[in-house]
Ligand binder design. Sequence first.
Ligand code: NAD
Length: 336
Amino acid sequence: RPFGYAVVGLGSYATRQIMPNFKNCDHARLVALVSGTPEKLDRYGAEYNIPKTHRYSYANFERIRDNPDIDAVYIILPNSMHAEYTIRAARAGKHVMCEKPMAVSAAECEAMIAACKRAGTKLMIGYRSRFEPYNQLAIELARGAHVGRTRLITAEHGFNAQPNQWRLDRRMSGGGSLMDIGIYSLNAARYLTGEEPIEVSAVEATDRSDPRFRTVEDRISFLLRFPSGIEANCVSSYSSGHNGYRVVSADGWIDLEPATSYEGQTMRIRKDGVTMPRVLPAPRRNQFAAQLDHLPECVRAGKEPIVSGEEGLADLRVIEAIYRSARERRHVSLSA
Ligand code: NAD
């Protein structure tokens, strides 16, 4: 029997990217929907052939416990709701896929990990880039010193945020561009090195007269220092469009731009004085389907997801240190 997911929250990412990709999965299928809006349950229930018995509201969410078709929930709600719904799902005995950022604080991440551990359910974070073929190749090449030992990583992620949305309300988002998009720069720096940063320094630039940025930051630039001596110089922005990273050695580089978008990745490599303008990974599956299939593969094999709750927690710990560094205008050390 294919592994059944209940999607929780029928917003933009759920309905435009995730739900349409179940058809590309080998092991996963969409079996239930959770939403506070009855019209959305009707509309998407009809579109995806989800019977009324498998449609839930936030109020009767706990009833998923009694539905044996649901193996896992996929939480695609505003960030401040991730912890609550992960913990409620674990208590209902279900595995959890939770969107990034895992939660709005490291303390919440720890509570989510503990709840899933207690329930004996798996917890995976929706870091789809780890299942995207160009990023997988970049990891292999960077960690294998294909263009020489990595000295520096530059990573930039940003977009021009539309006004009037939960992302710009700190109570719902937990923070600004760093929580939403800058996290891709941070996560890439961690997966390209395979190391955890030991020190961060950050500078914030936010125009507080812009009505979008009353409670959250716009741009935040941060430097991560890794144990091997690699540094990552990262940009996060809600007012300028960036999506790319570059892994730089003494005399070569690997460049991916866009790097973590839904599609369109382009890789260039400079090595031995020659620039290769279009490097292609071996054809692999689309990132969304591969991500959705990973959780059932882990459940069946009794393995931890490569992007477990610990991975989401690691990012939140660094995010908290970045905010502290910017606020206190000093380097902040991170110890293991
Ligand atoms: P969205 O605003 O489009 O959807 C959020 C959904 O939550 C909506 O359907 C909304 O009705 C529902 N919701 C329930 N209670 C709510 C409340 N109290 N306030 C506001 N909305 C409420 O947002 P989105 O872009 O789909 O993002 C949802 C999550 O997915 C976020 O955590 C985001 O970071 C993540 N996301 C991940 C990716 C990715 O590429 N991995 C891309 C986009 C979003």
